[in-house]
Design a protein. Structure first.
Length: 238
């Protein structure tokens, strides 16, 4: 159980004083009941909290699935550039959120945003072999030889990459579905570049066994459920 003023302050990313003002004004409800006592305790497992009619997400950690658009960087601080944290809707913003892993500025698709460092570490560590699957649109066709090179694991300038799976999504071999379990800098682009192929478009479509929710338009996001988190960790290939 946690004090409601602390929960509201942290979930809405406002000061404890501002949270108390919201509560005293009767804007905060537990279920449908307005609570004006700032010392009320709430249970994160079962109490549903609302502020001004909007659901307040207040579990210890939060996990957000974003369909990342092009043009934003996957970092917490942009130093002048727009980040995936900047474009979160106001009601989802809270302290310490960061993107779990990197997507290039021009890559779209499944970006996981959380404040749970342990979980992020678990799903990103190459040791845990959690697959991440992408669709890559290419400037030239790939072929069966490249498929087998990807499957063996490619050697790049300073990195030896773990085996990756690749399959064509069209008869011309111009669009590939690629699954990797590492997250090296520009990994997929560099893998294709080794064979003089340029990746024109790149979209991440799943993490572990959890696909990107295809109802999310680019730039949109939603909370990830506990069952879905388990799917990421199980890491089965799609
Ligand atoms: N590989 C890349 O080249 N870019 C990404 O954004 C992700 C994987």
């Amino acid at each position: 159980m946690e004090r409601i003023d602390k929960v509201i302050a942290s979930a809405l990313n406002v000061s404890r004083n501002d949270a108390r003002t919201l509560i005293k004004k009767g804007l905060v409800t537990v279920g449908s009941k307005a609570v004006r006592d700032i010392g009320t305790k709430v249970d994160e497992k079962c109490d549903e909290l609302f502020c001004d009619g909007k659901r307040v997400q207040y579990s210890k950690f939060i996990y957000i699935m974003m369909n990342k658009p092009k043009g934003v960087i996957s970092a917490s601080e942009g130093k002048g550039e727009k980040t995936v944290i900047d474009i979160l809707p106001a009601e989802m913003k809270r302290k310490n959120l960061f993107p779990a892993g990197r997507l290039d500025k021009d890559t779209t698709g499944f970006m996981l945003i959380t404040d749970d460092g342990d979980f992020a570490h678990k799903i990103l560590s190459p040791k845990n072999h959690i697959p991440k699957t992408y669709i890559a649109v290419l400037d030239k066709p790939f072929n069966d030889e490249i498929i087998s090179e990807f499957e063996k694991g490619i050697e790049l300038k300073n990195d030896v990459l773990m085996p990756a799976k690749i399959k064509p999504l069209d008869s011309e071999y111009m669009t590939a579905q690629v699954t990797i379990s590492q997250g090296m800098y520009h990994q997929i682009k560099r893998m294709f570049a080794k064979f003089s192929i340029t990746v024109l478009e790149l979209k991440r479509i799943s993490m572990g066994a959890l696909p990107l929710d295809d109802s999310l338009k680019e730039g949109e996001c939603r909370y990830i459920t506990q069952n879905e988190l388990d799917l990421i960790e199980k890491g089965k290939l799609l």
